[in-house]
Design a binder for this molecule. Structure first.
Ligand code: 13P
Ligand code: SF4
Length: 327
């Protein structure tokens, strides 16, 4: 009898400490206790997407980060995304569950010197840079853009020449949709994941799935974009797949985009055939975030994003300019 009493006490204590909860329940408990919000990019692994408060593309996550009243923002994504959330919320704690290997290689392809050199050379141009850049680069720009609003941002300026970087493929996409001269800084910036997609991949996929629509991200090579039925940001892909009467799609972007699409289709009780254009289109920095690291991040409140106040103030303007066009 005494033994049973000890067991009951042990179990109660365990429950009090949260030991009988599974990891998702523990994350949700910590999130409530700390008034934290979890934002996850569309390329995050499934476990993270399912526990997140919001899943979205770069622009959607910026808009949520700007308006949240949470005390802590946990950003499940790559470095530049968490930095952007910090720039928009300098007085809030912005955390990323992993600090090592979560750098987006493209975001490091546009150092401030290249922007300064471009500004010196093209005095009458405006500088529009992809949000996939670090804060020091953003601080030198007139506007940032994402793949969801790049043409809109570029077209909002009256200047004819636009210094644009670092993604040469997004530059191609924008130039096709504006009457501006796009000057690439640097000339060959690109994403190593989207570079994998080839014209042959599309020919083979179309042969195999003749009824499927081909959706391509603007970070893909121009020739690949030109063969697409639609070129969309990841958020654009979600809207299109959910609203389209079609039920077969070839997805030309990172593989976990399909996870995001499946989650949303599940919510509305629908199922559509989603074919990855390439199974090996994996963004490794995005996969550094795991449920275990997310729990630790909430528990220990690290890794915190810290940025210089002056840089924050300067980098905020071009982001706010972009967001003002997205209202
Ligand atoms: P989206 O803004 O379309 O989600 O793109 C972000 C990104 O990094 C794509 O590689
Ligand atoms: Fe960066 Fe490419 Fe990964 Fe997007 S997919 S976060 S651009 S490395």
């Amino acid at each position: 009898m005494e033994y049973i009493g000890i067991i009951i006490k042990y179990l109660k204590n365990k429950e009090k400490l949260g030991c009988t909860m599974n990891i998702v329940e523990r994350i949700n408990k910590l999130k409530r206790e700390k008034n934290a919000i979890i934002l996850a990019h569309n390329y995050q692994p499934e476990g993270i997407q399912r526990v997140a408060d919001f899943i979205g593309d770069s622009l959607e996550l910026c808009l949520i980060a700007k308006d949240t009243d949470a005390d802590i923002i946990v950003f499940c994504g790559v470095d530049f995304m968490a930095e952007t959330a910090k720039i928009l919320n300098k007085d809030k704690k912005v955390l990323i569950p992993e600090i090592k290997n979560t750098e987006c290689p493209m975001a490091h392809q546009l150092p401030p010197e290249i922007i300064l050199e471009g500004k010196r050379k093209y005095k009458n141009s405006k500088v529009v840079i992809y949000v996939n850049t670090l804060s020091l680069a953003k601080a030198l720009a007139d506007a940032t853009c994402t793949s969801a609003n790049a043409s809109e941002v570029v077209n909002s300026f009256k200047e004819e020449e636009i210094l644009f970087g670092p993604d040469r493929n997004l530059g191609y996409y924008v130039e096709k949709r504006s009457n501006k001269k796009i000057i690439l800084i640097p000339e060959d910036g690109h994403c190593y994941v989207h570079k994998k997609f080839t014209v042959e991949d599309i020919i083979n996929a179309k042969r195999k799935y003749p009824n499927a629509e081909v959706l391509i991200h603007p970070e893909c090579d121009p020739k690949v974009q030109d063969m697409a039925d639609y070129v969309f940001s990841t958020g654009g892909m979600v809207k299109h797949v959910l609203n389209s009467p079609k039920d077969e799609f070839i997805i030309g972007t990172e593989v976990d985009m399909i996870t995001r699409l499946r989650i949303d289709l599940e919510k509305i009780g629908k199922s559509k055939k989603l074919i990855p254009l390439r199974e090996d289109a994996i963004c490794e920095p995005m996969k550094e975030i795991t449920l275990e690291k997310l729990e630790k991040c909430l528990l220990e409140e690290k890794y915190e994003i810290t940025l210089d106040e002056e840089v924050i103030n300067k980098a905020k303007k071009p982001i706010e300019y972009m967001l003002s066009l997205s209202k």
